[in-house]
Design a protein around this ligand. Structure first.
Ligand code: AMP
Ligand code: GLY
Length: 417
């Protein structure tokens, strides 16, 4: 099978790594990719938001499967353009991707499907904003309706900060604060059959102890030793299957990766958000533990034959990923800094720890930073403690001026807390 992956983050590097290890994959392409993906896939230039250009590239490469990684191309209809060209594509249609593209749309689907989520108001005027903030009280949760790369949500005790963020959004959702640990559960679906993956937890705040601003994600781990073993079954029954059924009922079936961001509250599981694609950095740890070759699963989802998919097999090992970010991330990051130590990780830590690139590019003979999240180091081990030790040992070998990373990824879970 010839596969083409669209995107350029650590998630796409993780997808490409898994596909490159799949014996069914005879050729692997990625566009636009990054310096790390270039080691496992042939890179091509493309405007990832241009459906016609992506479809043309897929046709030129005679791709048997296209995997669209990030949300922006999905919301722009890139998967539709590829399917219209007769090429199987893993990723939802433009309409189904509204589950991520509009928080108000997601709330409407959840209400119709009876999926438990935070109570919320969609607001457009200052009066509506003040009424909604009053109705829920602190802590305030204010969300930009549209895509915002993980940075559109403000959770604060400070009414002025809540109001300021709300007024900066054109259309927004204000909702009840959900208290409790968060879980990310991904499911692969063809619009009918739903296949849950293994749960993971990510760390959204920039600094240790969940302090600092929200980011796109600073690290993740799997499995979750503290979670109820029945969690996946429960979420399948109350969240994933009803959501997939509701979108099919509306005539806009969702095929691809349905990402449920969940809060485990004292009153039960609640959906915080849906995403329409693999999450980053959770994908790095989920795929590190998936033993079933990936390409066939994605192709079954793309072809509507997921009912024929054999049960997924998972490693007993634990996986931890730690994101290394640029100076000043999640503000405007500094880029162009040389990254050193990548060879040392490859020589001394593989295969138990490896680097997945996000914002990197080649500059002459070196690899330099080219984005906010620069790379993530992923490690496996017999338990979270060992996976953590291996991940942080490899992180310590990476030298990038001004870079930052959290030191407490999976620490509490490893300690049994
Ligand atoms: P989102 O972009 O919707 O994933 O939100 C980013 C982060 O904000 C989530 O991972 C949560 O940590 C936090 N958050 C979002 N909605 C809520 C909520 N209703 N209650 C508490 N925290 C929330
Ligand atoms: N891990 C958060 C996200 O992918 O949106």
């Amino acid at each position: 099978m010839k596969a083409l992956v669209i995107g350029s983050g650590a998630r796409e590097h993780a997808l490409c790594r898994s596909l490159s290890l799949d014996p069914d994959v005879t050729a692997l392409h990625c566009a636009p990719g990054n310096a790390g993906i270039a080691e496992v896939a042939e890179l091509h230039q493309v405007d990832a938001l241009d459906g016609a250009a992506v479809a043309a590239l897929a046709r030129d490469l005679e791709a048997d499967l296209v995997v669209v990684g990030p949300e922006a191309p999905l919301v722009a209809g890139v998967a539709d353009a590829v399917r219209d060209a007769g090429i199987p594509c893993f990723g939802p249609s433009k309409e189904a991707a509204q589950l991520e593209g509009s928080k108000a749309f997601a709330k409407d689907v959840m209400a119709a499907a009876g999926v438990p989520t935070a109570r919320s108001y969609v607001c457009t005027t200052d009066e509506e904003i003040d009424e909604a903030l009053d109705a829920f009280g602190a802590p305030y949760v204010v969300k930009d309706d549209g895509l915002a790369a993980g940075k559109g949500v403000v959770v604060t005790e400070d009414i002025e900060q809540a109001r300021a963020h709300a007024r900066a959004c054109d259309r927004l959702v204000i909702e009840e604060f959900l208290d409790g640990p968060e879980v990310s559960l991904f499911a692969i679906t063809d619009g009918v059959t739903v296949l849950p993956l293994t749960p993971a937890q990510d760390f959204k705040r920039a600094l240790d102890n969940d302090e600092g601003p929200n980011t796109g994600g600073m690290g993740a781990y799997s499995p979750l030793p503290w979670a109820d073993p029945k969690l996946v079954d429960e979420v399948m029954e109350t969240v994933l299957q009803p959501t997939v059924d509701e979108l099919r009922r509306r005539g806009t079936p969702f095929s691809g990766l349905l990402y449920a961001g969940l809060a485990i509250t004292s009153r039960g599981v609640r959906v915080i958000e849906f995403n329409a694609r693999f999450g980053d950095p959770e994908t790095q740890v989920v795929l590190a533990r998936l033993k079933t070759p990936l390409a066939g699963v994605l192709l079954n989802a793309a072809n509507g034959t997921l009912d024929a998919q054999a049960p997924l097999r998972w490693s007993e090992e634990a996986a931890v990923t730690v994101v290394v970010a640029s100076h000043n991330y999640p503000g405007t990051p500094r880029t162009g800094d040389v990254i050193e130590g990548l060879d040392e990780v490859a020589a001394q830590d593989a295969p138990n720890a490896y680097v997945l690139h996000a914002g990197t590019r080649h500059d002459g003979g070196s690899v330099v930073s080219a984005g906010g999240r620069v790379l993530s180091v992923t490690a496996t081990g017999k338990d979270l403690t060992e996976a953590r030790e291996r991940a942080y040992r490899a992180v310590a070998r990476i030298r990038l001026d001004g870079s930052q990373h959290r030191t407490d990824i999976a620490a509490k879970a490893a300690a049994g807390a």
